[in-house]
Design a protein around this ligand. Structure first.
Ligand SMILES: [Zn+2]
Length: 458
């Protein structure tokens, strides 16, 4: 039991890492899982066989959002016998199928133990049908009954479309899972909602030791890096996750290409009509879903649209869907901006672009997201300055001659100030705060600040 509460909490993944989120809450005879994500890079999660409650005894699975590090083990969970209810928001329910389908194809394609030919598409289809059958979506802000007197509420988390925090309550006791929290200025999305007070807050801490700087500054840095990088006519490769980051980048590049003041400041981009390629079938599909779910956009995006500028489109943005188009793009010499996944270079089309272009000095690689330990993205960032630097991509040793940049301020995660402000906005500080979803240094830095600002046990 958690400090005398009726809630028993066990972390099955993502306790001190940024991937593999999975938390088990046992309360009043009900087994609740919050997220069931895949670990990436060298990070690890608890094997399901070692869980204190087996998958077939889990009653409810809450999904805070549709990133793979929060939903990726859902197929394994269902194969393990899970038949409980999946509870999430309407937008996340829309995003589940394309994300899971992509992850399944990628994993099966890459698995060395499984012959690809032994698989037909039927298991994927069956699995997705099962996920759809089990999924129930709920609106933000209202409290609903779960079971045995337990109530729940979903609040906007401002991280990606559909993202939510979860508040669970029984009698006078309550626990909040933050999920991934966005920055108040995240493009397209309204700022996170503030939950009612709680006894226990389980909170993410990805950037618990960093500050992002403000959004105008970030757009300016993005413009400056792109313009400088493209001056020699090369290509800029931006590894980005299909869900969230890709749409934010399109939004910000749309600003650079469309807004008068930005166009003047960075005439080398819009003026030179440098094309932007979104080379990810999944990213294209998701961008389309984002476009359909306009009621969930923030005020600024709605105003841009009303004024005739669709912030998720501009005239020299090209979607690259088929494998044939992808191969044609590999031969395109630039200047060009290429957005492709995966965000940590551990798979997907970005790997082809890097194998093809990382050895050329006139190309650039721009990292805009977190690079987990053990991923090629992290290796490139860590070693690129060393003489003779190289990285292994698809088991091939590739010399790094392209220039490497990092826009750390560019993140769908709140920074330290954002996380502190979110907790401070609660009517009362939480009784206790448990930090998850962050590497130990980030957690230690944030814990210290939280102890001072809230007086809570952290
Ligand atoms: Zn996320």
């Amino acid at each position: 039991m958690e400090s005398g509460l009726s809630f028993a909490l066990t972390h099955l993944g993502g306790e001190q890492t940024v991937t593999g989120s999975c938390h088990l809450l046992r309360v009043n005879g009900v087994n609740i899982l919050v997220d069931c994500g895949l670990a990436q890079g060298g990070e690890r999660v608890a094997p399901m066989a070692s869980w204190p409650v087996p998958p077939d005894k889990i009653d409810f699975l809450f999904l805070t959002h549709a990133h793979i590090d929060h939903i990726g083990r859902l197929p394994e969970l269902i194969s393990g016998g899970f038949r409980g209810e999946i509870i999430t928001t309407e937008a996340t329910a829309f995003l589940l199928a394309p994300l899971l389908e992509d992850a399944l194809r990628l994993n099966w394609g890459q698995s060395k133990n499984i012959s690809r030919n032994n698989f037909t598409l039927t298991p994927i289809k069956q699995l997705l049908a099962e996920v759809e059958r089990l999924t129930w979506s709920f609106e933000y802000g209202r409290e609903f009954d779960l079971k045995n007197g337990i109530r729940f509420q979903l609040g906007r988390a401002g991280h990606i479309l559909g993202s939510a925090w979860v508040r669970l309550a029984l009698g006078g006791e309550s626990v909040v899972f933050s999920g991934d929290l966005g920055a108040p200025e995240t493009p397209l999305l309204p700022a996170p909602d503030i939950p009612a007070p709680c006894d226990l807050l389980v909170m993410e801490s990805t950037y618990g030791d960093r500050l992002h700087g403000d959004r105008r500054e970030r757009v300016a840095r993005l413009g400056a890096i792109l313009q400088h990088a493209l001056a020699d006519g090369g290509r800029v490769f931006i590894p980005a996750f299909a869900l969230g980051r890709s749409q934010e980048l399109i939004y910000e590049i749309d600003r650079l290409y469309t807004e008068k003041a930005w166009r003047a400041e960075f005439s080398g981009l819009a003026g030179a009509r440098v094309p932007v390629f979104l080379d990810t079938p999944l990213g294209l599909k998701i961008t389309e879903v984002y476009g359909r779910l306009k009621p969930f956009w923030d005020q600024e995006s709605k105003e841009l649209l009303a004024g005739g500028d669709n912030p998720l489109d501009f005239d020299i943005l090209y979607g690259v869907d088929s494998a044939r188009e992808h191969h044609l793009l590999l031969d395109y010499q630039g200047p060009a901006i290429v957005l492709a996944g995966s965000g940590m270079c551990s798979g997907g089309r970005i790997v082809d672009h890097l194998k093809n272009g990382i050895g050329e000095a006139r190309n650039d690689i721009l990292f805009v997201g977190y690079q987990a330990a053990g991923t090629p993205g992290r290796d490139i960032l860590t070693y690129h300055r060393r003489p003779g630097a190289y990285v292994y991509l698809d088991d091939r040793r590739c010399d790094i001659r392209a220039r490497v940049h990092q826009l750390t301020g560019y993140s769908a995660h709140a920074d330290q100030a954002g996380l502190l402000a979110w907790v401070a906005a609660m009517e009362q500080p939480p009784g206790r705060i448990k930090l998850v979803h962050g590497e130990p240094p980030a957690q230690a830095a944030l814990a210290e600040k939280l102890r001072v600002s809230t007086g809570s046990e952290v």
